[in-house]
Design a protein around this ligand. Sequence first.
Ligand code: GDP
Ligand code: MN
Length: 378
Amino acid sequence: MKLHEYQSKLIFSKYGIPIPKGRVAATAQEARHIAEELGGRIVIKSQVLVGGRGKAGGVKVAKDPQEAEQLATQILAMEIKGLPVRKVLVDEAAAIETEIYFAITNDRAAKKPVLMASSAGGVDIEEVAAKTPEQIVKVHIDPLLGLREYQARDVAASIDLPRDYWKEFIKIAAGLWNVYKETDAILAEINPLVITKDKRLVALDGKMMIDDNAMFRHADLAEMRDIDEEAPAETEARKYGLSYIKLDGNIGCMVNGAGLAMTSMDVIKLFGGEPANFLDIGGGAGAEKVAAAMRIILTDPHVKAVLFNIFGGITRCDEVARGILVAMDEVKPKVPMVVRLVGTNAEEGRKLLENANMITAETLADAAKKSVAAAQGK
Ligand code: GDP
Ligand code: MN
């Protein structure tokens, strides 16, 4: 789950990381009021869950409340990378001397969190990472020991941070590590962390991603989820406890078990097809869940065929078949459906589907081939 900048920075500030004064607004009038309260130069920042807002024109500096209102009107009417702007953050503007990149994320290969920092921070960090990766310093963190002070000091030295800022930098690093650890984040990023002209370190931007598998122990964070910003299919899937990830292909997949779902996608690709989604209906899924899964798959207009690959263990094939019938009745799908049922109650399941006008398959290879052909209209 991604958090907005304003949410991330609020969390940062609770952990002792300095952030600019400011508040979020949903209308230009509100933005003006906040600007009046803050006084001085103001920055208006679109709150959408994508990066690169600055380059897209979604971050602008205003000299007074009137201009703040104008810019907020403009930005609230924008769409950034396909996402409409619904809120803006109104912050006191900083006079920037240096922009630093500073983040903690997972390094899956190393099986450890990694702290990354660079004195070449700001909107071009992707380019820095691609062209001059040596400008980004990386330090792995032992998850049991946590970030040690000497590591933060090493990083400060490696990015040539002037010594006057080391003490504050080490405090911010400890704060970011605590944020990362205690919220079960998979990313906690400050870009830019700036040195201001009046010699302070301030987190001007904030980005956090929380591990969805840990959401159950973060009720306070779960409330921050911005449903408006999610693909509606993913919101719907979460409601039913389905793991669904939309992909770019045209063969919808409904499978029980993540491993079998991955395998099904691999086999579809092997026979020249492209999966439209990953979907694991989970163990023991009943008819209602199956129906929801089918509705979700079919809301994707790119889907030209659907492959059901069900291995009945705890999940019973007749329950799945019942779900398919319920969903077919409801959504009246117009695309061909290929179904492979094996395992517990497969025979009963097949009987139920006899009149459902589905293409049946015996093996996964057979099912994949048939769905690839079906998607091509063959
Ligand atoms: P992003 O493009 O989505 O990462 O949005 P950021 O919040 O990082 O803002 C992009 C850029 O706008 C920053 O790298 C800064 O250069 C600039 N910026 C953001 N806030 C301020 C501010 O308070 N004052 C000034 N002068 N520039 C700012
Ligand atoms: Mn940024």
